[in-house]
Design a protein around this ligand. Structure first.
Ligand code: FPP
Length: 243
C-alpha cells in the first residue's frame, strides 16, 4: 500500500515515463562535495525511481543516463559515470530481476568499453522475459544521431530494393529507432528546474506531457514521482483533437 501522499488515480497512471536526470553537480556543489558524490547519490535516486515505478504500476521507464554529448565532460567524470553504471548493473541486477524488471539499453554501443557492452548484453538477456516494468537506460544516446541512423538504415533498404520510398511511413520510421517496440513516452520529467529536452527522445515525445521539477536529481524519490504522476493526471490529453 502506497503512503497517502503518494497515492495516484489507478487506471490513469502513465504507461511510459521518461526522465532527464539533472542536477547531480549542483546537488554536490551546494554541499561542497565533489561532483562524483552527486552522481553517487544520483544512482541511489535511480533505485527509488525504479521501485517507485514498480509500485505505481508504470510499465516503461526510460532514464537518460549518458548522452552522446556527455563525452565532452572531463575524462575523470566520464569514468565516474561509467563506473557507477557498471556498479549499478552488477549490484542491482539480481534485485531488478526478482522484481520482474526487464532491462534494456538504447544508444550507440560502439563507443562503450568492451566490459560495459558485455554487462549490458548480459543484463538484457538475464531479464529478457520479465514484464512488470521495462527499464530502458539511454547510454551514449542522442536523438539526432538516432534519427539519422534510422534514415540511413531505410536508405540502404531503398537502395537494395527492399523498401519502396512510398512505403516509408511514420510507423516504419519508428521501427528503425532504438525504441522499436517500446511505446512512446506519455510523460517526460526533467529535474533541476532546467526546461530543455537536450536531444532526448525527440521523435518519441511528440505528444508527451512535459513536467519540469525543481528538485535536484539526487533528491528525487517516490514522492517526487507520485507528485509528477498526480500532475500528469490533472492534465487533459487530446493528441491534437477537439473534445
Ligand atoms: C546530470 O547531472 C546527470 C547526469 C549527466 C548523469 C546521470 C547519471 C546518474 C544519475 C548516475 C548513474 C546512472 C545510472 C542509471 C545508474 P549534472 O552533472 O549535469 O548536474 P548539473 O547540471 O547540476 O551539473
Amino acid at each position: 500500500m502506497l503512503p497517502a501522499q503518494n497515492q495516484t488515480e489507478p487506471g490513469r497512471v502513465p504507461g511510459h515515463i521518461a526522465i532527464i536526470m539533472d542536477g547531480n553537480g549542483r546537488w554536490a556543489k551546494r554541499r561542497m562535495l565533489p561532483r562524483a558524490a552527486g552522481h553517487r547519490r544520483g544512482a541511489e535516486a535511480v533505485r527509488k525511481a525504479v521501485m517507485g515505478c514498480v509500485s505505481q504500476g508504470v510499465k516503461f521507464l526510460t532514464l537518460y543516463a549518458f548522452s552522446s554529448e556527455n563525452w565532452k565532460r572531463p575524462p575523470e567524470e566520464v569514468d565516474d559515470l561509467m563506473g557507477l553504471l557498471r556498479l549499478y548493473i552488477r549490484q542491482e541486477l539480481q534485485e531488478l530481476d526478482e522484481n520482474g524488471v526487464r532491462v534494456r539499453f538504447i544508444g550507440d554501443r560502439s563507443r562503450l568499453s568492451d566490459d560495459i557492452r558485455r554487462l549490458i548484453e548480459e543484463a538484457e538477456i538475464k531479464t529478457g522475459a520479465n514484464a512488470k516494468l521495462t527499464l530502458i537506460i539511454a547510454l551514449n544516446y542522442g536523438s539526432h544521431a538516432e534519427i539519422v541512423r534510422a534514415a540511413r538504415d531505410i536508405a540502404r533498404d531503398v537502395k537494395a530494393g527492399l523498401v519502396d520510398p512510398d512505403d516509408i511511413t511514420e510507423d516504419l520510421f519508428s521501427q528503425r529507432l532504438y525504441t522499436e517496440e517500446i511505446p512512446d513516452p506519455d510523460l517526460v520529467i526533467r529535474t533541476s528546474g532546467e526546461k530543455r529536452l537536450s536531444n532526448f527522445l525527440l521523435w518519441q515525445s511528440a505528444y508527451a506531457e512535459l513536467i519540469f521539477l525543481d528538485v535536484l536529481w539526487p533528491d528525487f524519490d517516490e514522492s517526487s514521482l507520485a507528485g509528477a504522476i498526480q500532475e500528469y493526471q490533472a492534465r487533459e490529453r487530446r493528441f491534437g483533437a477537439r473534445t
